[in-house]
Write a protein that binds this ligand. Structure first.
Ligand SMILES: CC(C)(COP(=O)(O)OP(=O)(O)OC[C@H]1O[C@@H](n2cnc3c(N)ncnc32)[C@H](O)[C@@H]1OP(=O)(O)O)[C@@H](O)C(=O)NCCC(=O)NCCS
Length: 188
């Protein structure tokens, strides 16, 4: 889909205007290795662990720049950067296609570097990103005890699904265990 326009960088609204949304770049690979090998290894199910530069390259080349023609100005991976930190990657918001369910269905995922958590950044990011997906349905899951993640979803208007609890088996290298997750959905 190389014929699509590049996604312009977008600042978040005040008071989060130090942060902007951008696309993944090869310059981010060392930062991704640092972060995915931090506490995130035990929190996020999908990324490989230990995470390597080759994993970052694979993600960049095969997933991060996927585009969705029905939703102009969108991409699969939104990199959150800080202007006052020279554009360093402070987190990622993923809008992953869930087209096996239906062609307007997506799955939301996100994380921030530890030093950027608890400042209200992720609700502002999710609100900004989801504006670009009108008419879609977003699913999201969070570990039962991940109250910060659950609060982000609630702040962004996701609905908690009462009977939606499910289990996932974590790889032993990432802390292991069969963990309970709760499900949230939003119609955008
Ligand atoms: C989840 C995450 C993205 C949240 O983003 P954030 O920008 O830090 O979110 P906020 O600053 O809005 O804070 C989340 C809320 O959770 C609350 N919170 C945090 N830890 C909590 C806890 N243990 N119990 C109860 N509430 C908690 C915060 O007080 C805040 O609520 P408030 O706004 O009412 O004060 C971030 O914490 C993160 O990257 N965590 C690690 C990765 C992760 O868990 N990803 C999601 C996997 S499903």
């Amino acid at each position: 889909m190389g014929d699509l326009e590049p996604i312009p960088e977008t600042s978040l609204p005040s008071p989060f205007d130090d942060y902007f949304l951008s696309s993944l770049s090869p310059l981010d690979f060392p930062r991704m290795v640092e972060l995915y090998n931090s506490d995130l290894a035990f929190i996020l199910l999908k990324p490989p662990y230990p995470y390597t530069l080759d994993d970052a390259r694979w993600f960049h080349d095969n997933q991060a720049h996927n585009r969705f023609q029905n939703y102009p100005g969108t991409q699969e991976v939104w990199v959150i950067r800080s202007k006052s930190h020279s554009g360093t990657l402070v987190g990622i918001c993923g809008t992953h296609p869930n087209f096996e369910e239906s062609d307007n269905r997506f799955r939301l995922g996100y994380f921030l570097a530890p030093e950027f958590r608890g400042k209200g950044i992720m609700p502002a990011v999710v609100t900004e990103v989801l504006k670009r997906f009108p008419g879609t349905i977003f699913d999201a899951g969070a570990e039962v005890g991940n109250m910060a993640s659950r609060k982000v979803l609630e702040k962004c208007g996701f609905q908690y699904i009462e009977d939606g609890e499910f289990e996932e088996t974590w790889p032993a290298s990432k802390g292991g265990g069969v963990r309970k997750l709760v499900r949230f959905v939003k119609e955008c």
